[in-house]
Design a protein around this ligand. Structure first.
Ligand SMILES: [Zn+2]
Length: 148
């Protein structure tokens, strides 16, 4: 059973069978909204909130300490600025709708402190809302043509 599940999950990986270009972008601050306020404080040496699972309160932290709990994305480990792989992913989202995918990933490079953005969208990706709306539009259009 678990084996069958695994082979089903294989082709549904977010980073395989891509049918469009991955959009890339390099910035000195996060493009994703998450962590952008903290990053500005880290860069100016202001205290940031200690992760609630370790403690409480605020502390001035080096980048390495602040990002210590983030994981590397082994699918896309390389920094788009310095090509190094000393990176951690701080933002990742993926949306699936009827086998079509949309995702975003952003890494922080611990060597050059640049943020590497990657995002992808299948050419015919529709959110569930868009899919429903288009379906209804088609039904309505169909009815109109029957009436006309
Ligand atoms: Zn780098």
């Amino acid at each position: 059973m678990s084996k069958a599940k695994k082979s089903e999950a294989g082709p549904l990986a977010y980073n395989t069978n891509l049918r469009a270009e991955i959009e890339t972008d390099v910035n000195t601050a996060p493009r994703a909204r998450v962590h952008s306020v903290e990053w500005r404080k880290i860069m100016t040496g202001e205290p940031v909130e200690i992760n609630p699972s370790i403690g409480h309160g605020f502390k001035i932290m080096p980048v390495s300490e602040w990002s210590a709990r983030w994981k590397r994305n082994d699918d896309f480990p390389d920094c788009l600025q310095c090509k190094g792989t000393n990176t951690k992913e701080h933002h990742f989202t993926q949306t699936w709708c009827r086998g079509k995918k949309l995702w975003e990933s952003e890494l922080l490079c611990l060597d050059c402190h640049h943020f590497s953005w990657r995002s992808y969208k299948d050419p015919d990706f529709k959110t569930p809302e868009e899919f429903e709306r288009d379906r209804w539009d088609a039904i309505i259009a169909g009815q109109t043509s029957i009436l006309a």
